[in-house]
Design a protein around this ligand. Structure first.
Ligand SMILES: N[C@@H](CCC(=O)N[C@@H](CS)C(=O)NCC(=O)O)C(=O)O
Length: 218
């Protein structure tokens, strides 16, 4: 049995959409387990026993937990290679892992500095500066992703939606919270609209109750 602990709108959307894609392609189902992050459910002792970082996602396979998006996605792709969640050929896969690692350890972390500056420093003035700096840096990182997806046809790796599509969607969706108008990244936005229209991705979004539009003009 596969269970996924996720928080609506959080980075756990990446394995969530992957599991919906697996379900659509193979019929293999999973058990979604929602945590209310704003209520601190990720810090409950029972959850910390699964994921001592107190974060989502956690994949639980036959009772055994696996943490970290990169590891979870690698596992799901190796378990269901027929779904095409990551490229199979060695060099293409290595390049894909390089991009995935960068999205996870750099772009995602830049957003965390905007979203939770209190995790990195104390004091309101420092938090305000961290938010300003991180939002500007985040934009430059999204521009790099826009360059990559400018050749997506229709998805990152071609015909089938893959892990990178789910991460790219999540990162652009978050940009609205950081005051970045997605219309200012039109190629990236058009690509994410395509990804979101895929039935498996739409199913994950519906379960989480999230929409793409998060940007509000100041
Ligand atoms: N490197 C971790 C990052 C996980 C992460 O940042 N999760 C966030 C949501 S996007 C979280 O659970 N935050 C809750 C908290 O920090 O309290 C991974 O790849 O799984």
């Amino acid at each position: 049995m596969i269970e996924l602990y996720y928080g609506p709108g959080a980075c756990s959307f990446v394995p969530h959409a992957a599991l919906e894609t697996i379900k659509a392609a193979t019929g293999e189902d999973f058990v979604p387990r929602m945590l209310k992050l704003h209520k601190g459910e990720q810090r409950a002792p029972e959850y910390l026993a699964l994921n001592p970082n107190g974060q989502v996602p956690t994949l639980v396979v036959d009772g055994k937990p696996l943490t970290q998006i990169v590891a979870i996605c690698d596992y799901l792709d190796r378990r269901y290679p027929q779904v095409g969640l990551l490229p199979a050929e060695s060099w293409a896969r290595a390049q894909a892992m390089s991009q995935l690692a960068w999205m996870n350890n750099t772009v995602h972390t830049t957003f965390t500095h905007f979203f939770k500056p209190e995790n990195f420093a104390e004091g309101e003035a420092v938090h305000a500066e961290l938010k300003r700096f991180a939002a500007a840096l985040y934009r430059t990182q999204l521009e790099r992703i826009q360059g990559w997806v400018s050749s997506a046809d229709p998805y990152w790796f071609g015909r089938r939606p893959a892990i990178h599509d789910f991460y790219a969607l999540t990162l652009l969706r978050w940009s609205g919270f950081a005051g970045i108008d997605p219309d200012s990244l039109p190629v990236y936005k058009a690509y994410v609209d395509r990804v979101a229209a895929h039935p498996a991705v739409a199913a994950a979004m519906a379960r989480e109750g999230i929409k793409l539009a998060t940007f509000r003009k100041a």
